[in-house]
Design a protein around this ligand. Structure first.
Ligand code: HEC
Length: 112
């Protein structure tokens, strides 16, 4: 009985902690998005450049594709035949934590 309770408890606490961590990462990513001025070319929730809405990018692209857009946009531009100018520049020189946070934020943007 005690083992069952423990398993149940861990089952409740671990996912909650993971969600809190995700939320913190997403919030950090939102700050990086603002600091890097991504909204010069993109919009989220109607704010920013309407030509590049990112509102549902988390449902459209995989985590890998989102990361590639940030570190190697030239390849993604060629692959998707994106024609919008100016093309996106690479953010590969951002610290890894900022890239991770930005990617988590992008992935959290899903069609409601
Ligand atoms: C100079 C303009 C410019 C800036 C600044 C820019 N991007 Fe982009 N980005 C583009 C263009 C152009 C595309 C190609 C798709 C399109 O036409 O919207 C693109 C595509 C993307 C995509 C894929 C979108 C999709 O709909 O498939 C993501 C994700 C993305 N950018 C994230 C970012 C993030 C995060 C930043 C800030 C770190 C950023 N971009 C800054 C121009 C820009």
């Amino acid at each position: 009985m005690r083992t069952v309770c423990l398993v149940l408890l861990v089952g409740l606490i671990v996912p909650a902690a993971a969600r809190a961590e995700d939320a913190a990462l997403v919030a950090r990513g939102e700050k990086v998005y603002v600091a890097q001025k991504c909204s010069v070319c993109h919009s989220i929730a109607g704010k920013g450049n309407q030509k590049g809405p990112l509102d549902d990018v988390g449902s459209r692209l995989s985590a890998e594709e989102i990361r590639l857009w940030m570190v190697d946009p030239a390849t993604m531009t060629a692959k998707t035949k994106a024609a919008r100018k100016p093309p996106m520049k690479a953010y590969a020189n951002l610290p890894k934590e900022e890239l991770d946070a930005l990617a988590a934020y992008m992935q959290s943007l899903k069609k409601k």
